[in-house]
Ligand binder design. Structure first.
Ligand code: PLP
Length: 372
């Protein structure tokens, strides 16, 4: 078999992620690799932390980028905050809430599930009921932006309920960060994780995380060691540092962090509120165009994610045939349904650099030509 260098096709990524990587980010990725303890690299890591604090709207010192994808950020939050026997309420309204529940069980926690229908936001009333029924609960966890359904939940309200009932909160912001308003400190979020491949428009494989002082105190006060060596936050902190001298923990993905640095810089230069507004505006143009084509949204307007548009596949239309045609004829990727929504919906992403007028126009033209 003859094997030569791999050149990927040029796609336009309008699925649930990864999304189109900003050209400046791709350039940053190809800069020369330096040692991960090189003072220049360490200086850049400090800047990544500052930029992440801006993106998350937090002053948490314990803010960093986990050297692995969003799933590792999720796991980092659960394994560090849960001690065996801790009762954890997980709100589930899609695939990623279910993964949180799995993490609770595997971390030795006692799981309490609060379930909502797919396509609906997490119900604060149901959470409150569960917290009243379980006064010994220690943690509340939920997904801010459910990528499997395109639904936004009210993170501010859910975190304030957690606080009223003396619980720490764990929030999944993989799809929300950079795409919709998110205020870690103002909303009192204790542990949050995200991904770089969605609204940050960087390459996949890195997970920004941030822990509040209360979360750090819980980690420091653990009676049992965190079962994961790699994700043990107290060890990772010695590498991401704060005041102490950096020491080797693992070899950082040097170039991927250049990319994250560049993508966060893009976000800061644009400004968070401008980025949120751009996502909302592009979503509005897409919505009008899709509705003209007779394609309807499955999520109520009030809780729709602008960056992830979940629409019903029109009757009589074959999911695979349309998506393959979009890919083959237009180099355009849109997402299929996940879990219970497989074959029922398409998920059209407008994330980060992908949330641009030309992408919206291409998607509408390609769907119109393909469906008619
Ligand atoms: N949580 C949510 C809401 C996601 O959308 C995803 C990925 O799509 C993840 C967690 C897992 O992230 P990753 O695929 O980077 O591991």
């Amino acid at each position: 078999m003859s094997i030569s260098s791999f050149y990927p096709p040029q796609r336009i990524l309008m699925g649930p992620g990864p999304t189109d990587v900003h050209p400046k980010v791709l350039q940053a990725l190809s800069r020369p690799t330096i040692g991960h303890l090189d003072p220049a690299f360490i200086g850049m890591m400090d800047e990544v932390r500052t930029l992440l604090q801006y993106a998350f709207q937090t002053e948490n010192g314990c803010t960093m980028a986990v050297s692995a994808p969003g799933s590792a950020g999720m796991e980092a939050c659960f394994v560090n905050l849960i001690e065996p026997g801790d009762k954890v309420v997980v709100c589930i309204n899609g695939v990623f809430g279910n993964r949180m529940a799995e993490n609770v069980v595997r971390s030795g926690g006692q799981l309490v599930k609060v379930e909502d229908d797919w396509g609906r936001p997490v119900s604060p009333d149901k959470l409150e009921e569960a917290l009243k029924a379980h006064p010994d609960a220690r943690i509340v966890a939920f997904v801010h932006a459910e990528t499997s359904t395109g639904v936004l939940s009210d993170a501010k309200k859910l975190c304030s309920l957690a606080k009223q009932h003396n619980c720490l909160s764990i929030v999944d912001a993989v799809t929300s960060l950079g795409g919709v308003p998110l205020f870690v400190d103002d909303w009192g979020i204790d542990a949050i994780y995200s991904g770089t491949q969605k609204c940050l428009s960087s390459v996949p494989g890195i997970s920004p995380v941030s822990f509040s002082d209360a979360a750090v105190a819980k980690i420091k006060g653990r009676k049992t060691p965190v079962q994961s060596w790699f994700l043990d936050q107290s060890l990772v902190m010695s590498y991401w540092g704060g005041k102490q001298k950096r020491s080797y923990h693992h070899t950082a993905p040097v170039n991927a962090l250049y990319a994250v640095h560049e993508s966060l810089l893009n976000l800061r230069e644009e400004g968070l509120s401008n980025a949120w507004q751009r996502h909302a505006e592009q979503h509005e143009t897409l919505r009008l165009g899709l509705e003209k084509l007779g394609i309807s949204f499955i999520v109520d307007e009030a809780c729709r994610l602008p960056q992830l548009n979940t629409v019903a596949i029109p009757d009589g239309v074959d999911d695979e045939t349309v998506r393959s045609r979009l890919l083959d004829h237009y180099n355009l990727e849109i997402g299929s349904g996940l879990g219970a929504f497989t074959g029922e919906v398409w998920r059209i992403g407008l994330m980060g650099y992908g949330a641009r007028a030309e992408n919206v126009a291409l998607c509408l033209r390609a769907l119109e030509e393909t469906l008619n």
